[in-house]
Design a protein around this ligand. Structure first.
Ligand SMILES: *Cc1c(COP(=O)(O)O)cnc(C)c1O
Length: 397
C-alpha cells in the first residue's frame, strides 16, 4: 500500500518536472511578446466539417472566409495551366509583368509596387520594416485581426482605438490619440473586416492628411472592388501626395485567387524600397503571378463578382430585417449579423455547422453577439437564410 503511494508520488514528481521544464523551455525559446500572441483563427475548412459531422463535402457550404463564390476565373485557370510547365523554375523575384500591368492600371511607377504572398504578407512586411520592440502600432477595435498579430510578432506596442457605436473606425479619437502619442504604424481598413464598415473617401483623405508625417499609414483596401460607384475614391492618387501612405490590396476577394495568394502595396519609392528589404525574394509564386495578370485583364469576371455581391447583399439585408436580426450595413462581401436573440455567435455558428453551413464566429474580436456571413451564390445564401429562419422559429416556440 505504502509502496504504491510512493510510486504514484514519484510518478507525479516526474510529470511535474517535465511540465516545469516545458514551461521553462518555451519561455527560453521565445520572447514574451511572441508567447502572448493569440493565433489567427481561420474559417473552418469544408473537409474538417465533413470529418467532424459525418457529412458529405458536397453538402457543405462555406460562407466563412469572404472568398469569391464564383470560383477561380476561367482566364486565371488557363493562365495557371499554361504556367505549370515552369513549376521547376524560380518565379520572377520582381514580378515584372504583373507589376507592369498594375503600374499601367494604377498610373504609378513600377518601383512604387510591392507584391506579397497575399496582402497579409504586405501587412507583415510593413510591420517588419516600420516596427520593432519599443515602437507602436495603432488600429481600431474590431479592425482586421492581422494588424494585432503582425505588430505583436515584432514586439511592438499596440494602441487600440475604441470603435464607434456602429463598430467602425473612430477617426476623431484616432486623431487625438495620434496627437498625444504618435504611432509609428497606423492601420486603417476600408471597408473593414469583420464589420463591413466604410469611411467616405473625403473624410478619410482629410484624416490621412492630418496624420503626423512620421507615422506610416497602411490603408488596407481588401474589398475596394466591391464598393458602389458613389463610394469610389482614388487612394492611389493620395499616395502621390503623401510619402507616408501605403495602400494595400488583394487578389483574394473580388479577383477570386485566395488559394493562390497574392496582394500588393502601393507607396512612393522611399517606403517601397524599405518594404523590399524585408521581403522574401520569391514571395509571389509563378502560378499566381500568371493568374493575377490574367484576371486583372478579365474585366467581366470582376464585374460579375461585384454585381453578384451587390444583388445578394440586398437579399441578405431584406431577409435579415424580416427575421428581426440586426446587422451592420456592409460595404464588403460579407455581413456581420447580430444573433444575440438566438443565443449568441458561438451557438449559431455550431447550429449552422450541424446543418452543413460554415459561417465565421467573431468572439475572438470580442463580438460575441455576432456571426460574420460571407455572401455566397444565390442558392447558398438561400440555404443559409432559411437555416437562420429555422433558428428564429425554434426560438419563438
Ligand atoms: C481578407 C483580408 C486581407 C488579406 O487577404 P489576403 O488573402 O492575405 O490577401 C487583408 N485585409 C483585410 C481587411 C481582409 O479582410
Amino acid at each position: 500500500m505504502a509502496g504504491k503511494v510512493i510510486s504514484q508520488f514519484v510518478c507525479f514528481l516526474g510529470l511535474l518536472s517535465l511540465y516545469l521544464t516545458f514551461i521553462n523551455m518555451t519561455s527560453y525559446f521565445s520572447p514574451e511578446y511572441v508567447r502572448d500572441i493569440a493565433p489567427y483563427q481561420a474559417g473552418k475548412p469544408i473537409a474538417e466539417v465533413a470529418r467532424e459531422f459525418g457529412l458529405n463535402e458536397r453538402d457543405i457550404i462555406k460562407l466563412a472566409s469572404n472568398e469569391n463564390p464564383l470560383g477561380m476565373a476561367q482566364s486565371a485557370r488557363q493562365a495557371v495551366a499554361n504556367m505549370l510547365q515552369e513549376g521547376a523554375r524560380y518565379p520572377d523575384a520582381n514580378g515584372f509583368e504583373l507589376k507592369a500591368a498594375l503600374s499601367n492600371m494604377l498610373d504609378v511607377p513600377q518601383n512604387w509596387l510591392t507584391l506579397g504572398n497575399g496582402s497579409n504578407d504586405v501587412l507583415e512586411l510593413a510591420a517588419h520594416a516600420f516596427l520593432q520592440p519599443g515602437r507602436s502600432a495603432m488600429y481600431s477595435q474590431y479592425a482586421f485581426a492581422v494588424y494585432a498579430l503582425a505588430s505583436q510578432a515584432v514586439g511592438a506596442k499596440a494602441q487600440v482605438v475604441p470603435a464607434t457605436t456602429s463598430l467602425g473606425h473612430d477617426l476623431a479619437t484616432m486623431q487625438s490619440m495620434l496627437a498625444s502619442s504618435p504611432a509609428d504604424l497606423l492601420f486603417i481598413a476600408n471597408p473593414n473586416n469583420p464589420t463591413g464598415t466604410f469611411i467616405d473617401g473625403d473624410v478619410l483623405y482629410r484624416f490621412i492628411a492630418a496624420v503626423p508625417k512620421q507615422t506610416v499609414v497602411v490603408l488596407d483596401e481588401a474589398y475596394t472592388e466591391y464598393l458602389r460607384a458613389e463610394q469610389g475614391y482614388n487612394s492611389v492618387a493620395w499616395v502621390k501626395e503623401f510619402a507616408n501612405l501605403l495602400v494595400v490590396r488583394t487578389f483574394s476577394k473580388a479577383y477570386g485567387l485566395a488559394g493562390l495568394r497574392l496582394g500588393y502595396g502601393v507607396a512612393q519609392s522611399g517606403l517601397t524600397d524599405l518594404l523590399n528589404r524585408v521581403r522574401q525574394p520569391f514571395n509571389a509564386n509563378s502560378m499566381v503571378l500568371a493568374a493575377a495578370l490574367a484576371v486583372l485583364q478579365d474585366k467581366s469576371y470582376l464585374q460579375q463578382s461585384a454585381t453578384l455581391n451587390r444583388e445578394q447583399m440586398g437579399v441578405y439585408e431584406q431577409a435579415l430585417s424580416s427575421l428581426g436580426l440586426g446587422f451592420i450595413p456592409s460595404s464588403g462581401n460579407f455581413v456581420l449579423v447580430n444573433v444575440k436573440k438566438l443565443g449568441g455567435g458561438k451557438a449559431v455558428f455550431t447550429a449552422l455547422l450541424q446543418r452543413g453551413i460554415i459561417v465565421r464566429p467573431v468572439d475572438n474580436y470580442g463580438l460575441t453577439d455576432y456571426v460574420r456571413i460571407s455572401i455566397g451564390l444565390p442558392e447558398e445564401n438561400r440555404r443559409c437564410l432559411s437555416a437562420l429562419a429555422a433558428l428564429v422559429n425554434e426560438q419563438s416556440v
